[in-house]
Design a protein. Structure first.
Length: 185
């Protein structure tokens, strides 16, 4: 396999943790090794290999040394799969979304199948987003309240009597999250 030049033009792909640079690799035609796929998508080698075994991503070819070489579009596919997995979609659900178009007999059928599957996930992800927003807000409030405890030296109340402390009783009702995490009953 011939090594490519130093062409390093980049595009951006989103991953679970943010943008992933998709650059031309060192292999011919900008193909990426399994290791490059893992690093750029912030996945492990094991995960990349697993997704390949599951048929979710496919190498373009193999090098003379047997390295799997992936086209840059497979990195983008891997990043999207990783996002779906991080959001809680199962491999079967992801496979279903990826195959809706390919398995349909017409554009109309593909669009209907995809719309149905997408709607189900949009609803569920919307509910998850609301839950996450609630938890973020509750944790921020708990952190702000607990910050007041940084100067606590009350050995009588700490740790089991914190609920009776004026700091915890000041400024209104305590959230359930704070009550559970700080052991306030």
């Amino acid at each position: 396999m011939a090594w490519g030049g130093s062409n390093r033009a980049a595009s951006v792909v989103s991953s679970t943790t943010g943008p992933v640079a998709v650059r031309r690799g060192r292999w011919r035609d900008g193909l990426l090794t399994t290791g490059q796929m893992a690093r750029r998508s912030k996945n492990t080698l094991r995960t990349v290999r697993f997704y390949e075994q599951q048929g979710l991503i496919r190498p373009e070819e193999r090098s003379d040394g047997g390295h799997r070489l992936f086209a840059p579009d497979q990195l983008m596919r891997l990043a999207v799969i990783s996002q779906f997995r991080a959001a809680g979609l199962s491999l079967d659900e992801i496979r279903e979304l990826l195959n809706d178009k390919r398995l349909a007999a017409s554009g109309d059928e593909a669009a209907r199948r995809f719309a149905c599957h997408a709607e189900r996930h949009i609803s569920r992800l919307g509910q998850q987003a609301q839950l996450l927003e609630h938890l973020v807000s509750a944790l921020q409030g708990a952190r702000e309240r607990v910050e007041r405890c940084r100067h606590c030296h009350d050995r009588v109340r700490f740790p089991d009597g914190c609920g009776d402390c004026p700091i915890m009783q000041k400024d209104g009702e305590l959230s359930d999250v704070l009550r559970v995490l700080w052991g306030l009953g």
